[in-house]
Design a protein. Structure first.
Length: 299
């Protein structure tokens, strides 16, 4: 199989694929963090990897070097990895994927990716992601869903999180993959969390937890979520301390809290169909950052 190296003979009973890409739709490292938690908690084993040579610009996403205990150095290249979790406890066999968004040859990458999925027996895909949004860190993380699978759609509609897709504009590898999967007869469901836009480079355990909670409910998984209680508490405390240092930030978060609370009881979220108004968000973010630069208000 072109561009793919299998660690062993792949099973053919992994009917559900869960995938997470780093980068554009991995705000707060929520998607990749949730996927890594699944791998650990379900004791999934590495099955295959996509060779990064043909798909990544290494001056843009560089390989990393780490020291080993014997003082030698180990080189690690950008990873695109599949993990296998066989059927158990009444749930489907799972194929899990985690990787960075490739820079090059998306159509060839998509073909290699879906060839692996089909070889493993995948019939439906769950994609997980998170976007920067006007969401305060002090409130529960909102998750929305969309789906081409009638059964799954009815489920997420009953949960009140289904949003009909209406977005038009630049897109990422996830959309390209799901479009190609649909043409192969593979159905899909997407879960999208919303992370505070003023915490762009911070891992967000609350967003990770929200995505995992939805996945566990959807796929009938029994996950150990015990570590998140303390992690979320500490995360929010750290955010509170940082926010308290700057008056403009405090005021901005208070505005977001008011907006969140005003819509909390509504069936639909602030924007039609749960889509993010990216232009408005960027204007608000630029204005927010501009105010922070002006004299560093701390009163």
């Amino acid at each position: 199989m072109d561009h793919v190296e299998f660690d062993r003979e792949p099973p053919a009973n992994l009917t559900t694929l869960v995938m997470a890409f780093g980068g554009w739709i991995d705000a707060g490292q929520a998607a990749t963090g949730a996927l890594r938690h699944l791998v650990r908690d379900l004791s999934a084993t590495r099955l295959a990897g996509i060779d990064p040579e043909h798909f990544f610009m290494f001056t843009q996403e560089r390989p990393e070097v780490r020291m080993k205990s014997d003082e030698s150095r180990e080189l690690t290249w950008p990873r695109s990895e599949f993990f296998a979790c066989p059927p158990a406890d009444g749930r489907d066999g799972l194929l899990l994927f985690c990787g960075g968004e490739p820079h090059l040859r998306w159509r060839a990458y998509t073909k290699a990716f879906l060839d692996v999925a089909e070889r493993c027996g995948v019939r439906r895909i769950v994609s997980i992601g998170a976007l920067l949004a006007g969401a305060p860190h002090t409130r529960p993380v909102r998750v929305t869903a969309r789906s081409t699978d009638p059964t799954w759609r009815s489920v997420v509609e009953a949960w009140g999180i289904y949003r009909r897709p209406t977005y038009e504009g630049p897109t990422g590898i996830t959309t390209v993959l799901l479009d190609a999967a649909e043409r192969r007869g593979i159905s899909h469901l997407g879960l999208m969390g919303q992370a505070p836009h003023y915490l762009q480079n911070t891992e967000n355990p609350a967003a990770i937890h929200a995505l995992l909670t939805c996945m566990a409910r959807l796929l009938h998984l029994s996950l150990d979520m015990s570590r998140f209680t303390e992690a979320i508490k500490e995360f929010r405390s750290q955010c509170d301390r940082e926010v308290a240092r700057n008056r403009a930030t405090r005021e901005h978060v208070q505005q977001l809290e008011q907006q969140y609370d005003a819509t909390a009881s509504e069936e639909r979220q602030t924007l039609p169909d749960g889509e993010l108004d990216s232009d408005k968000l960027m204007q608000e973010l630029e204005e927010f950052l501009r105010k922070q630069r002006e004299g560093g208000q701390t009163g």
